[in-house]
Design a binder for this molecule. Structure first.
Ligand code: C2G
Length: 130
């Protein structure tokens, strides 16, 4: 049983997120998504979520590629998470390339996948604002 973990905000869920989740799940047999809490998003990423944590969690749990959703509350939890959840692979979009290589020290492979072009939550908000 190969276990994959990924992290993100997943606000205004879109096909770029689905492309990431589908490819991440395809690298193993079980996909854990660590979902950024509103507090973490605001404190660390200055992102204001449109949907609450519970709403974003419900959306993610309805995706066939996702097996478990856990909260992401800080930057430091990744080392603990990969041990606690016995993750074999950590997957992120390549906008994070190189940022999480330290997890290899915990025996967890780190894979950065190409982002889906032209779509982002920020872009959706901008377009809707026009
Ligand atoms: N993503 C993608 N293509 C897009 C948009 C997003 O592949 N067009 C990927 C991102 O690279 C990320 C995941 O989808 O791997 C979730 O994206 P966000 O919700 O924007 O997550 P982010 O704010 O980057 O938070 O500790 C890590 C952070 O929590 C990641």
């Amino acid at each position: 049983m190969k276990r994959v973990i990924t992290y993100g905000t997943f606000d205004l869920l879109h096909y770029g997120h689905i492309n990431l989740l589908r490819r991440a799940r395809a690298l193993g047999d079980y996909l854990i998504v660590a979902l950024s809490t509103e507090e973490f998003n605001w404190r660390e990423k200055q992102k204001k979520c449109y949907f609450t944590y519970e709403q974003r969690k419900e959306l993610l749990e309805s995706i066939r590629y996702v097996d478990l959703v856990i909260p992401e509350e800080n930057w430091e939890q990744k080392r603990r998470d990969v041990k606690l959840y016995q993750a074999d692979i950590m997957v992120m979009g390549d906008d994070w390339k190189g940022k999480f290589d330290f997890l290899e020290e915990e025996g967890c492979e780190v894979v950065y996948l190409p982002r889906t072009p032209e779509i982002s939550t920020t872009q959706i908000k901008k377009d809707l604002h026009k």
